[in-house]
Design a protein around this ligand. Structure first.
Ligand code: GDG
Length: 752
């Protein structure tokens, strides 16, 4: 408060001084202009009288002169006139002026002697007067002088009046401005400061939420509030991480946390720079109306890889696919991310429409994806797509090599089936680089893989890497068998490695996972799943007792249609659940440029409609189909509210949805129904494992899940949660980096 009074006082003083100065200047200017006006008025008057006075002087008519002078007595501000002869003797004067005009006034004699007009302001007998003297000539050119006298006191009075007026209005303005300022300060500064201070105090004391600063968007401190929110969020996370670390130490648990991963990566990588290459970028800039929005694509990859890159300030190379991506980069197509807390570099590579069409939609998604997933969709191989795939891999390799110029032993982690050729392209030019590639999808048996016309080239590309990772051992085995059949090389089945042309590639399983939510992190919500279920279902106009969930990209490998068939059979077989159980299918449209995916969207939609039409009532329906993208927070609400989760993939590398469902069930009361063709089923053995092609088995599994007793449900979920907790995403990243760093690059030939 003291500060604001000081501010107001300085404001009033400053404005008043400035206005006083202004008033002085204005008064002076006014005085000058009034004087000038009087001078010219006197001059005009003098000119008009001059000839008349000259005539009367010539005829020495002193009486007439006195009469003339008498005529100009009471014409304010004119005081009158006087006439002098050339000797300076007064001949006539307006009555009453005698005390003011005499030859003692130097200006009169000066005018006569210099024969020129003279004027001056003078204070006489406490009166401020103006004298205007003009010489008057007769024919002999020597007559005398005419003096015109004005009372100029009004100039002083008017100037003073103006001065006061200006001063008083300025004072009023200053007071008004000060009051308004006080009000603004109170509303826009002191209020928000008080709220922010209270919020920060609560945060410091460990109470209150990071985002709840109580400032609205129009507040002056909003930008500052955003920064402080980030700071507060980091503080909350750091505090939660420290508490979790302490708890883990206390209970002697060896759980992986982002902090532990960071420390581990630093000790493994040392000063070695680290690079990640993926098709999808971790941050996408896109236009939302006129504004640019940054989104993090829904995938576990950012969670896993970011702690590594943050630790070593590495570079992530990815395709810039957002429509506003180019606006966010510098001249080298780079930007620092995360945008809120920049710690590493994202370098964006631009692809033409044709390149994206051929490399991404064509070869990767119409060729390799169905080739690796045994889901009975025929792979399509076009040579044009293959050419694009090669040139885009080359483009990424060139960009990566440029960034690694002059480096001795950089670490590189390549992501997925979009970059099968990249490891070889990089190692050929920089053999010192440690290159790993992680293949997120299954690897089929050699017979299935053999239909790819370029299988040898793909294998050679992959074998350029020092480490090839899959989710599960069976995919590693399939890969090694394929290599054994197609490529001239030596497969070491004891060490799970391949030796080709003096280079060794290790092949290992790294089961990917999710970030098991830490205690105290915002990921954990304490809301009751039962209350939330009723609210959720009400949002969709459904009343139900039990609820199930499925979350998939609409992809033919995910077995969504098979799942619907299983649901239909379940309602036929167990009609008691009609009106009692609703299944929510979240289906994010994906790769819709590809005809098979586009058609599938329609098929899933119409199948849901058909089953609903068959069973639905006015307040209930069996399937709620939500075909849009949902954020992780939104998904979590559905996971937590659902009695069961259906994962019915026909073939899946891992399937993170299964693990996310388990991680979300803090109450241990959900049942996971999991396809035996997912990588996840090797770890989540307490799920109800099903064959998605077996409709009867699916229907029975749904029934079993719904009638399972509380204790068994609790027991199964508890065990699955322990697995996800122990083998979380940070452990996945740590094991991958450890393995890559421990490989001996100089071992060219293995002793078996
Ligand atoms: C490939 C392999 C392997 C967020 N919003 C939505 C949504 N998400 C998230 C899920 C989950 C992820 O997307 C989907 O992961 P999946 O593992 O289920 O499936 P793919 O996208 O096929 O991933 C797979 C994975 O790579 C990792 O290596 O496990 O085997 O195929 O995190 O929370 N998902 C959907 N809609 C949303 O609105 N479908």
């Amino acid at each position: 408060m003291r500060m604001s009074f000081r501010l107001i006082f300085s404001l009033i003083l400053g404005v008043t001084l400035l206005s006083l100065l202004f008033a002085v200047f204005q008064g002076r200017a006014e005085k000058r202009s009034l004087q000038k006006e009087l001078e010219s008025r006197a001059a005009i008057f003098g000119d008009s009288l001059e000839s008349k006075v000259a005539n009367l002087l010539e005829y020495r008519s002193h009486r007439r002169l006195q009469e003339l002078a008498g005529e100009f007595g009471k014409r304010e501000p004119l005081m009158g006139i006087a006439v002098f002869d050339k000797g300076g003797e007064r001949l006539a004067a307006t009555p009453g002026l005698e005390d003011y005009v005499s030859t003692e006034l130097p200006v009169i004699l000066q005018s006569i002697s210099s024969d020129s007009r003279k004027a001056e302001f003078k204070t006489l007998n406490e009166k401020f007067l103006h004298f205007y003297v003009t010489p008057v000539h007769d024919e002999a050119q020597e007559a005398g002088a005419l003096v015109i006298i004005h009372d100029a006191s009004y100039i002083k009075a008017q100037t003073l009046q103006l001065w006061w007026r200006t001063f008083l209005s300025t004072l009023a303005q200053a007071v008004f401005i000060a009051l308004v300022t006080l009000l603004i300060i109170q509303l826009s500064i002191l209020g928000p400061i008080a709220r922010t201070t209270k919020w920060m105090k609560e945060l410091r004391a460990g109470r209150g939420a990071a985002g709840r600063h109580g400032l609205d968007e129009k507040d002056l401190f909003q930008p500052l509030a955003q920064e402080v929110t980030h700071l507060a969020r980091s503080l909350t996370y750091a505090r939660a991480a420290a508490q979790e670390e302490a708890r883990l130490r206390e209970t002697a648990e060896a759980r992986w946390t982002p902090e532990r991963l960071r420390v581990h990566v630093r000790s493994k990588l040392g000063d070695r720079p680290f690079f990640v290459v993926s098709n999808r970028e971790p941050y996408i800039h896109s236009f939302k109306g006129k504004n640019v929005e940054v989104t993090v694509p829904a995938s576990g990859l950012v969670t896993a890889v970011e702690p590594i890159l943050r630790t070593c300030q590495g570079i992530w190379l990815a395709h810039g696919s957002g429509d506003a991506d180019r606006l966010a980069v510098d001249e080298n197509d780079c930007l620092q991310v995360p945008p809120d807390d920049p710690q590493y570099t994202l370098k964006r590579l631009w692809l033409t429409k044709e390149e994206e069409e051929g490399y991404y939609f064509g070869f990767a998604n119409e060729g390799l994806w169905p080739l690796c997933h045994i889901a009975h969709t025929r792979p399509i191989f076009r040579s044009k797509d293959w050419e694009c795939y090669q040139s885009v891999n080359q483009k990424f390799a060139d960009a990566l090599l440029k960034e690694m110029q002059g480096m001795e032993e950089p670490g590189v982690l390549v992501q997925d089936y979009h970059f099968a050729l990249l490891p070889q392209l990089v190692k050929e030019r920089l053999p010192g680089a440690r290159v790993a590639i992680f293949w997120h999808i299954p690897w089929p048996n050699p017979e299935a893989f053999a239909i790819c016309p370029w299988q040898a080239e793909i294998l050679k590309g992959l074998l350029g890497a020092d480490l090839v990772g899959f989710h599960v051992q069976s995919h590693c085995n399939n890969f090694l068998e394929t290599v054994d059949r197609v490529i001239e090389s030596r497969v070491n089945w004891e060490r799970f490695s391949v030796e080709r042309s003096g280079h060794i590639t290790q092949v290992r399983p790294f089961p990917i996972s999710v970030a098991y939510p830490e205690a105290g992190t915002p990921e954990r919500s304490g809301a009751s799943p039962y209350l939330d279920r009723a609210t959720l279902m009400k949002e969709h106009g459904v009343e139900t007792t039990f609820m199930g969930v499925g979350v998939d990209r609409v992809d033919y490998t995910k077995g969504i249609l098979e799942r619907f068939q299983g649901l239909e059979r379940f309602f036929e077989k167990y009609p008691v659940f009609l009106g009692q159980f609703t299944f929510v299918q979240i289906g994010e449209p994906s790769r819709t440029h590809i005809k098979r995916y586009h058609d599938l969207l329609g098929e899933v939609e119409s199948e849901a409609e058909r089953i609903n039409w068959r069973f639905q009532t006015s307040k209930w329906k069996p399937i709620v189909y939500l075909n849009r993208h949902h954020s992780h927070q939104e998904l979590r609400r559905y996971y937590q509210a659902a009695d069961l989760c259906l994962v019915t993939s026909l073939h899946d590398g891992m399937n993170l949805v299964a693990k996310e469902y388990v991680a979300a069930h803090e109450d241990n009361q959900g049942v996971l129904i999991l396809s035996r063709f997912t990588g996840a089923c090797r770890e989540l053995r307490d799920a109800l494992i099903v064959n998605p092609y077996d409709v009867e088995q699916l229907a029975d599994a749904i029934h079993t899940a719904l009638v399972m007793d509380h204790a068994e449900r609790d027991d199964r979920m508890r065990r699955m949660r322990q697995v996800v907790k122990d083998f979380n995403i940070y452990r996945w990243a740590a094991e991958l980096v450890t393995q890559l760093c421990e490989i001996r690059l100089d071992t060219h030939v293995e002793v078996s």
